[in-house]
Design a protein around this ligand. Structure first.
Ligand code: ADP
Length: 164
């Protein structure tokens, strides 16, 4: 059975993430979406539990996709799934540089782990969780950026973050 891991901070999950997850679920028998704590992002909008809950709701329509979380290194996390392939989305050249570097580090930790990249679908090239958080802070329309099921969660959370 082929297994893919789609890692990310998903703070919050966007239609760009979902596009990669959906496409991955068509290629692999099983997909594990892993919500990572990510220590480099100091003040997340949502707690890991909240992010997990939103991702679960959004991917529940895909029968071969499950959701998990990890506060460790991805390369260590991947060891529990034999032969699993990490699948990530690539938006721009800047993503490529970062991912290339990460891949070298991951290979050092876990040489067995392979990473594959799917290029972002054109309409989501400029979409990121940070764009969504910024839009939410200013009360912007989130339709077309995140799955409809989680728009209310973001609106509610944004009330505490609102600039005006
Ligand atoms: P972000 O960069 O939005 O904070 P994450 O850290 O959660 O996202 O990223 C998880 C994975 O999803 C990464 O591989 C990232 O490149 C990919 N990704 C994020 N947004 C998009 C998008 N709009 N299109 C394709 N891939 C994306």
């Amino acid at each position: 059975m082929s297994i893919a891991i789609c890692p990310g901070s998903f703070d919050p999950i966007t239609l760009g993430h979902l596009n990669i997850i959906r496409r991955t679920s068509r290629i692999f028998d099983r997909v594990v979406v892993c919500v990572m704590y990510n220590s480099s992002k100091t003040s997340p909008m949502f707690s890991v539990e909240e992010r997990l809950d939103m991702v679960k709701r959004v991917v529940s329509k895909y029968p071969n996709v499950t959701v998990d979380s990890s506060d460790g290194l991805l390369a260590e996390y991947a060891r529990q799934f034999e032969g699993a392939v990490v699948v990530k989305g690539l938006r721009a050249a800047s993503d490529f540089e970062y991912e290339f570097q990460m891949n070298l580090i991951n290979k050092k930790i876990n040489p067995e782990m392979e990473t594959m990249f799917l290029t972002s679908s054109g309409k989501y090239t400029f979409l990121s969780s940070s764009v969504v958080r910024e839009m939410a802070r200013y009360g912007g329309d989130l339709k077309g950026l995140v799955p409809d099921e989680i728009i209310e969660d973001i609106r509610e959370k944004a009330k505490q973050w609102r600039v005006h």
